[in-house]
Design a protein around this ligand. Sequence first.
Ligand SMILES: [Zn+2]
Length: 289
Amino acid sequence: MREYRKRKSVGNFEPRRRGRKPLDIKLLQIWEFEWYKALHLLREGTQLPPDPNFVVVNERETKAQLQWWKSASYKDILGEMQPGVPPEFDELPETERERAKVRWTMSEWKWLKDFAENQRESEISALEHWLKPRITPSMRGRREIWATASESKASIKAVGRACEKWRLLPDVRSRHVAVFADHVQANIEKFQRMKADTRYPGPHADDSRLDYLARGLAAVMVGASPITAIHRLRLMRHEPGGPEWVEKRSYVDGKGKPDEVPAHCGCWRCELQASRRYWRTLRSVQEGL
Ligand SMILES: [Zn+2]
């Protein structure tokens, strides 16, 4: 109260709006993207959803590679690889040296052929796996973790246990993103409140749930209100005047030619869509359209 009076006497008093500092949309977007990738990795085993055109382009490429590996000769696989110069075999009597060298070269060739065959097998199995990804037990495990964490009625204890499992997923550990599970655990009450809100999407709108939680958790990271941030990010403008709008930029490329970047929205969602257009173009080029 004393502070109030003091401020008022200064003249330019503005009511204190605790916890209502302006939202930094750019910073929120950065965190939203990080959370989106972390949650998508948890749910699907990949940080971003696959692009259908990327998949088609690469599927064709993969099938062509598979065909190559299946019909390749040893020479094709080994390329320039061949046995080196055999040792002199000085320790043997002179009459046996030549034969020893031939034996040595033959055993080297056998080694190289085994090497090529191993190479062929591992390439074929990797390519076949890419073409037909199976739902592995680890995939089921990660779906269960996501289902529990994103379930609005799951108890704090159940969500805490899901976070424990989440942080131990091998790809989460190898990508050093276990910290996201820790953040959920450290802010578990806020996380539960987000899901208790009536605007939390239903279980059949799983992608919307992922967006909602990524936005809400981004807000937690910057100390903003999750519900406000979810709302603002959802309604963000992607046109001129939007917070991420980039004006047309002219520049000179490496070969000294003038070029320009058209005006665009630079947010991660629009950038992702732009990369999808790239794969769509590549696909139509491949198909000769
Ligand atoms: Zn945008």
